[in-house]
Design a protein around this ligand. Sequence first.
Ligand code: BTN
Length: 274
Amino acid sequence: MRFDEDLLQRELRALRGAQPSHGLGAALAPALGVAIRHFEQIGSTNDEAIEAARRGAEHGTLFIADNQTAGRGRRGRSWASAPGENLLFSLLLRPNLDVRTASRLTLAVGLAVRDAAQAYSRDAARIKWPNDVWVGRKKLAGILVESQLSGNRLDSVVIGVGVNVLSRDLPSELADLATSLALCEAPDGAPELSREGVLARLLIQLERRISEFEQLGLAAMLDELRVHDALLGARVKVDDRHGVARGIDQNGALVLEEAGGNLFRVETGTVEFA
Ligand code: BTN
């Protein structure tokens, strides 16, 4: 199915009209997705957004694809998705952040994805540090944030998001590991499921979260990250370290309690349940 830009705009107008005004920044934040570049097929929306950033594309430009032939995940992994079924997009930001802080954006984006997804699922959508959103023990969405520098200065940030929306028949090798919104039990009064509706909710959440992050940093979101932390209290293995996940700190690190009670800050890695 082809992504319907008109439907996205209708969904956005309906949601923005219904949105209560809240204190922090939303009114000041430039809208995301004002410029949209839609591709029926592309290598990777992140690659396209990075290239467009080099050519001077504006803050908030959205790159969305029905299909990717070279979708990328973290740590050189690939991101596969059935054509026309799921959300595959990248947002180009020119944020007011320094280089170190920008990498922590992943968790703020995770909260936005989580909040948008929750409208469609009776079961809790949670953040799995550092860049996933899970429902139960299955991955619903992945986030890939990539920064572009100009000397030491942050020039732009590309936020790539893949959300499994309509897929029901996941490839057998993924069936135990991944899920989709279509496979989640919908809560009473859930909106009708469409890629455009999910993206509209997500853009609104992203506007709020990015603005909050620019003004207050991750510290302002630590309580929410704790409430929605898929790993909190679980025995986990991060590369070659074992321990109990004790939450996320204000620098975006995962706090691991190792045998003997030592607290170790994990700054990067892949977490598995032990
Ligand atoms: C991960 O889980 O490792 C991150 C996956 C990110 C996938 C999205 S799909 C849209 C955008 N374009 C890409 O090539 N990757 C991101």
